[in-house]
Design a protein around this ligand. Structure first.
Ligand code: DPM
Length: 341
């Protein structure tokens, strides 16, 4: 082991050092810290270093994961924690998702301006302005709540909450329940949107650990954090998105469930105003009994391979079903309209 990935204590004991890269937003730090805590509990002898990246954007983190720093001659970081929903279905070559952690509440939540406390999307007055930059949320909610108006709101969670509370621009904003709870802001949740109101994004509510595929020891180390049910659901969801050629900002939504060894996937695509949509539900058996190691970028050697294959096939079949009904046209128009904004 090189001196860069290990250190010696006073008694000459060699300690493995694992470097975790993180963005600097509060949510990114909270997510990274929670994974570091779990790794520390599992591997008390490993020394974990959290390295804050001054730059923003996942490309930079991938760079940190791939590059050897010429000055200190070591690999800059060994793993990066992401919200799975922000990870593309095709990772750059050489990378893999080594762990998908147990999913938290995957649904979307309504955060109300304090003046609207006690209200819901249904009971907000006509022409109330709802903040979201998610095409997926806007498309579904425009259709379901035609009395409301939708406007973009950008920035990290702290910025958005500030924009909501300190100005009069928005009656409410829509955020993922999982992000709110990680921030400790559960008390701000005015309403959780059920699947009839709003299907969630692919991977929403699950954390993923990105690693270098060739780092077998790191892959093995983080793999114990895989939650088998979440892995199967998210493989199906990501396969569905990949087959639709949807990035992370297309009006595509899902709902998944595992019940009695059956994996259920509801997949949907929407026009930007929600007036045109396709939605269907399919299921597959994921009963357990592995040759391929990665599926839609996920490596989960402790989850039965055939079940992962079945999950992936379910996503593919669902995408093909919707494509046969015209999903491509809906998404192409949505993309073009969005690009033109
Ligand atoms: C992606 C979307 C959004 C994020 C699009 C979508 C929401 C953007 C917006 C792909 N990433 O959901 O349809 O509201 O304008 C993001 C959040 C989290 C991860 C915040 C949020 C935390 C929750 C999680 C932003 N990425 O969605 O409220 O881990 O799933």
């Amino acid at each position: 082991m090189s001196g860069d990935t290990s250190s010696q204590d006073g008694n000459g004991k060699v300690t493995r050092v694992i470097r975790i890269g993180t963005r600097k937003s509060q949510l990114a730090r909270i997510q990274t810290d929670s994974v570091a805590e779990q790794l520390k509990g599992l591997y008390p002898d490993v020394r974990l270093e959290i390295i804050g990246m001054t730059t923003t954007g996942d490309k930079i983190l991938d760079t940190a994961l791939s590059k050897v720093n010429p000055f200190i001659k070591c690999i800059m970081v060994d793993l990066v924690v992401h919200s799975l929903k922000d990870l593309p279905t095709a990772l750059p070559p050489g990378f893999t998702i080594g762990a998908v952690l147990k999913r938290e509440n995957p649904h979307d939540a309504v955060v109300l301006h304090p003046r609207n406390l006690g209200k819901s999307l249904n009971s907000l007055p006509d022409k109330s302005v709802i903040g979201t930059s998610s095409l997926r949320r806007a498309a579904q909610l425009k259709k379901r709540f035609p009395h409301l108006e939708f406007k973009d709101i950008r920035g990290n969670l702290n910025t958005r909450l500030k924009k909501l509370d300190e100005k009069d621009d928005f009656a409410a904003i829509i955020l993922a329940a999982a992000g709110l709870s990680r921030m400790g802001w559960e008390s701000r949740v005015g309403q959780i949107l059920d699947p009839e109101d709003c299907l969630y994004a692919v991977g929403q509510g699950a954390l993923a650990i990105e690693v270098r595929a060739r780092d077998k020891d790191i892959v093995e180390m983080v793999s114990v954090l895989h939650d088998p049910e979440t892995v199967l659901r998210c493989i199906a969801e990501r396969a569905f998105l990949r087959q639709l050629e949807g990035g992370c900002s297309v009006p595509v939504a899902v709902h998944t469930e595992v019940k009695e060894c059956q994996l259920y996937l509801t997949g949907a695509v929407f026009s930007l105003d929600g007036s045109n949509s396709l939605k269907d539900t399919m299921q597959t058996s994921v009963a357990s009994d592995s040759e391929r190691s990665q599926r839609v970028g996920v490596t989960a050697n402790n989850v039965p391979g055939p079940a992962q294959d079945a999950a992936e096939k379910l996503g593919l079949d669902m995408a093909n079903l919707l494509l046969s009904k015209g999903a491509k046209e809906i998404l192409t128009v949505a993309r073009q309209l969005n690009d033109a904004r």
